[in-house]
Write a protein that binds this ligand. Structure first.
Ligand code: ZN
Length: 280
């Protein structure tokens, strides 16, 4: 039987996505997806691999990490895939002290610019996961009548290009990128460098960064090559980097909204991962 497609980067309601894991499975079955990974921000939506509706669902996580290079401190995302389940050793990887610092800073800023709201209101507002981030603040702002919808709240008040944007890396200290890669690897997971074009690096810097990522361990590592929003030439550049640095290419949509389509990555990418990792 011909195998379907893979998408190894999806956000559910456990972090800032709109779909539940069960909804992803139903959509994936309809879309002829063979295997998907749920990779919520800094949490595990599921801890064991399962097959449901004919779709293989792999536990994963998108880890926020800190990385210093080229004179800048950046927040870098590393996707971890845990084919054989999530080991308890990973529970300490998220630093709970930091969890709400950023949300509280944004609320403080909004109060300063004349939009009263409190952290307690945010906690009481409807959200399904533990994650209290910008999306939840945007929802609260709509409820309070400060914005007409979530996009409006992001554009005018709290999004990356809004006038009051606060850079999360100035508020939150995440685990170091290399430390995170080591911990994922030691827990028998596959660390994958997420969306390499997202960090504001030039292509020469991306290559140096990828080489540095590769240097962390001799264990298998991956690179998001087939990323839904990247152009064919960007994907081709990343494909070459993956080959040069012996990184397993991954495919990802990074879907958050219901309207975001799956990335239809080739099943052979998954076979390469399984082979390299000894997953069976
Ligand atoms: Zn993501």
């Amino acid at each position: 039987m011909e195998k379907g497609y893979i998408d190894f980067h999806l956000h559910s309601t456990n972090s800032d996505g709109e779909r539940t894991v069960e909804e992803y499975i139903l959509d994936a079955a309809r879309e002829h997806m063979q295997a998907i990974a749920i990779t919520d921000h800094n949490c595990f939506a599921l801890r064991e691999r399962k097959i449901s509706q004919g779709v293989e669902v792999i536990p994963g996580c998108e880890f926020s990490t800190t990385y210093n290079a080229f004179g800048q401190k950046k927040e870098i995302h590393v996707v971890g895939l845990f084919y054989n389940g999530v080991e308890d050793s990973l529970n300490t990887i998220f630093d709970d002290r930091n969890r709400d610092v950023y949300a509280k800073a944004i609320i403080h800023k909004m109060n300063e610019v004349g939009l009263p709201m409190t952290f307690e209101e945010l906690q009481a507002s409807p959200h399904l996961g533990r994650h209290l981030g910008r999306m939840q603040i945007a929802v609260l702002m709509v409820q309070k009548g400060y914005a007409k919808d979530v996009d409006d709240a992001l554009d005018h008040w709290i999004g990356n290009s809004s006038p009051y944007y606060l850079n999360p890396s100035e508020y939150v200290t995440y685990i170091g990128m290399k430390d995170c890669v080591k911990k994922i690897s030691e827990a028998h997971g596959l660390p994958i460098l997420a969306h390499p074009y997202h960090y504001g690096y030039t292509e020469a810097q991306i290559e140096a960064f990828v080489a540095d990522f590769r240097s962390v361990t001799d264990q298998p590592l991956g690179l998001e090559v087939y990323y839904k929003k990247y152009s064919p030439s960007q994907m081709e550049y990343l494909r070459k980097l993956a080959e040069k640095y012996r990184l397993l290419p991954s495919a990802s949509s990074d879907a958050h909204k219901r309207t975001h389509a799956f990335m239809k990555g080739d099943y052979s990418l998954y076979l390469r991962m399984k082979n390299a990792m000894g997953w069976r």
